[in-house]
Unconditional design. Structure first.
Length: 195
């Protein structure tokens, strides 16, 4: 695992202890994801959330590419310990990061995040939590809470196993789905004001 672009380009990241606990995104998929975000105009500034962050690969990539701040959230103690070590190794300033060691659901940790303040949110729930008859029902409240905190044009990226269909959310455009092997990335965007 490594940072692939920006100020920390090429720097290695401490990976998860157990690949069964977290599933890092490959460099190729990460590059494609961030290229798409760039076309949507959401890189190089702003506040980011990395929910179900594991060791922090996505949020750290965003910080390397110019994000102002990232909130990382995960309940797995070992993953959070490794995330903190990655933050320290990269010397990410304390005022540009917030680490929440706790459950993503319910999203009470979003309380201090102001409406309209987020440029980008990554939501990467464990695949086991999406393997039900109605796989994304329990994540709708999180997506809706994030939608209320996105700036105009802000994006939520939801990662699921391939074949899991994400649904429309009432206040977001999308989802536009892109599948890479066994995973699908669903892109939701807060509508831009009409000109």
């Amino acid at each position: 695992m490594r940072i692939i672009a920006g100020t920390h380009r090429g720097r290695p990241l401490l990976p998860p202890a157990d690949a069964g606990t977290t599933r890092p995104i490959t460099d190729r998929v990460k590059e494609n994801l961030f290229n798409r975000l760039q076309t949507l105009g959401v890189l190089g500034y702003g506040r980011v959330i990395d929910a179900f962050c594991g060791t922090g690969s996505m949020g750290l990539e965003a910080l390397s590419r110019g994000a102002e701040h990232c909130t990382f959230v995960d309940r797995d103690r070992d993953a959070v310990d490794r995330l903190r070590r990655n933050l320290d190794t990269l010397r990410v300033p304390v005022d540009t990061r917030r680490v929440v060691h706790g459950g993503v659901l319910p999203p009470v940790w979003l309380t201090p995040v102001s409406p309209g303040s987020l440029a980008l949110a990554f939501v990467d729930p464990p695949y086991a939590e999406t393997q039900t008859d109605r796989p994304l029902d329990r994540f709708d409240p999180l997506l809706d809470a994030l939608a209320g905190r996105l700036e105009a044009g802000g994006v939520v990226v939801l990662r699921t196993p391939a074949g899991v269909a994400a649904r429309d959310r009432p206040t977001l455009d999308g989802p536009a789905a892109v599948t890479y092997g066994k995973m699908t990335l669903h892109f939701y965007q807060s509508p831009l004001p009409e000109k």
